[in-house]
Design a protein around this ligand. Structure first.
Ligand code: SAH
Ligand code: SF4
Length: 489
């Protein structure tokens, strides 16, 4: 597939729409517009939402998190599981009620749900209050689509639906208004070629296409210069980065190059598919100090038969080999994973193989999902005889087992001093800092260790966005608490 890179020149056309929209929006609302962009789902989607916000900012928008205050509300949706979809429909329904009293309000729906034909049809028929529906491949044309909406006034059906399957496009140089000032997601590729049988992502995000390493490295340098302390390289399967490029880097080469950029920061990456997680990649993590010693390596199932039915292209044994090699080369490396419970045709015995695998690997945390049939996927056509209540019981069992074996990684941290990136104010939701007095000018802060564990500690708010050393004193409820060792002043 030929990749089409949309760069500055072509984006000039969008810039012209941005300028015109600035005036049109001001006229429509009678004040500078307030926008809300709500992203659901994965880090890739969050990054897309940040690009939408970047374009809206150039159109003169300020931002709000409340739909009641929003003149323009954009829902950037996720289609990976059905319950997320249902939730989004509920939220969109509520947003359209807002329009009863504010007819000029604009509502947009985009992202992976919008890219599915049956969803855009449902919105067309059942949500007349939604003005704009646009798919994942035309995100960079938001200015043009809004312009069409703003200038089509007077036409009978005054709505814009734009969900083409124009795969193979990468838009470079879009403005990005990031939600967070400390940690940044940096997409290195888009789409997925793996076609795991349960997964809708390849259907809504298109085929794999990689950004040029020069563009990625330039963006990483800029993020570091802007003061970001953590960069997460993003892709549905980062290990196949560069396979579609000629004379460019492989993923391990790119990761190492980012990790060797000058500055004080950490590098993470997501998601690494076990199928092509190589020893070379592990060696790079081992020898590059700025790459976090944490690997998110979704296994999905511990049963070879289920893995094959999922089209995952690795066996339990191959997966365990990677884990073993990584443990040998990277002392103290932590693993996290995604698991699907109740894949069509999975038996209880096969489920127990997943339980034994999580015990064997020892994950510091797990993202567990009950299988959700997705339209257009191969698994959705498979026999699925196990009742939902039974799958819920398995799911609970898995959570219990993980609780028993995962907490030990947290308990082992107690007593050590860890470097922590302070991300913001802590919510104290675990209550594990009780008994530690908070004095004037101090507050409860939260951060994460290199291995991805949340730590609460008390310190000055000025520490947000800095690396600090914390002595870990307590472990509970999937979090740690500790006492600040550095930067107390
Ligand atoms: N590209 C990433 C993950 C994308 S989706 C990867 O391959 O790991 C994130 C997670 O959602 C998946 O790892 C899987 O565990 C889960 N998931 C995807 N489709 C699902 C479905 N139909 N039902 C339940 N969970 C699903
Ligand atoms: Fe979905 Fe599999 Fe691609 Fe991940 S690798 S996005 S689970 S198809």
């Amino acid at each position: 597939m030929e990749i089409r890179y949309i760069r500055d020149m072509e984006l000039q056309a969008q810039k012209a729409f941005i300028e015109e929209n600035r005036l049109l929006l001001q006229k429509r609302f009678g004040h500078p517009p307030r926008a809300m962009v709500k992203s659901f789902g994965c880090a890739q989607n969050v990054n897309d939402g940040e690009k939408l916000a970047g374009m809206l900012q150039q159109m003169g928008c300020s931002f709000t998190e409340s739909v009641e205050e929003a003149d323009i509300a954009i829902y950037n949706t996720c289609a990976v599981r059905e319950n997320a979809e249902q939730k989004v429909f509920g939220i969109i329904g509520q947003a359209t009620h807002q329009k009863a009293s504010r007819r000029e309000m604009l509502i947009g729906v985009c992202g992976c749900m919008a890219q599915q034909e049956h969803v855009s049809e449902k919105i067309r028929k059942s949500f007349p209050g939604v003005d704009l529906v646009f798919g994942t491949h035309v995100l960079h044309t938001l200015p043009e689509l809004l312009h069409r909406l703003l200038t089509d006034e007077g036409k009978k059906r005054h709505r814009v639906f734009e969900t083409p399957v124009c795969d193979g496009v990468i838009a470079e140089g879009l403005p990005t208004l990031r939600e967070d000032g400390v940690r940044a997601g940096l997409p290195i590729m888009y789409g997925c070629n793996n076609f795991c049988t349960y997964c809708v992502v390849p259907l809504v995000r298109g085929r794999e296409r990689s950004r040029r390493s020069a563009d990625i490295l330039a963006e990483a340098r800029q993020l570091i210069a802007d003061g970001y302390k953590e960069i997460t390289l993003l892709g549905q399967n980062v290990n196949s980065y560069g396979k579609d490029l000629q004379d460019d880097m492989s993923f391990p080469e790119l990761l190492e190059a980012v990790g060797n950029l000058p500055g004080d920061f950490w590098v993470r990456f997501m998601t690494s598919h076990p199928r092509d997680c190589t020893r070379e990649l592990i060696d790079v993590i081992a020898r590059t100090p700025k790459i976090c010693k944490h690997i998110h390596l979704p296994v999905q199932s511990g049963s070879d038969r289920v893995l094959q039915a999922m089209n995952r292209h690795y066996t339990r044994g191959q997966y365990l080999d990677i884990v073993r090699y990584a443990r040998e080369k990277i002392p103290g490396v932590s693993f996290t994973s995604d698991i699907i419970v109740g894949f069509p045709g999975e038996t209880y015995e096969e489920f127990l193989e997943t339980v034994s695998l999580i015990k064997e690997v020892g994950y510091s945390s797990l993202f567990t999902f009950i299988y959700s049939p997705r339209e257009g996927t191969r698994a959705a056509k498979m026999d699925d005889p196990i009742p939902a209540a039974e799958k819920s019981r398995w799911f609970q069992q898995l959570l219990e087992e993980q609780k028993a074996c995962g907490m030990r990684f947290y308990e082992e941290e107690v007593g050590s001093v860890r470097r922590v990136l302070c991300e913001g104010k802590g919510k104290l939701k675990n209550g594990i800092l009780e008994g530690h007095p908070v004095s004037e000018g101090q507050t409860v802060l939260m951060g994460r260790t290199e291995r991805g564990m949340v730590v609460d500690f008390i310190g000055a708010p000025a520490l947000i966005g800095q690396f600090v050393d914390v002595q870990i004193t307590t472990a509970a409820n999937w979090a740690l608490a500790g006492i600040l060792q550095t930067g107390k002043e």
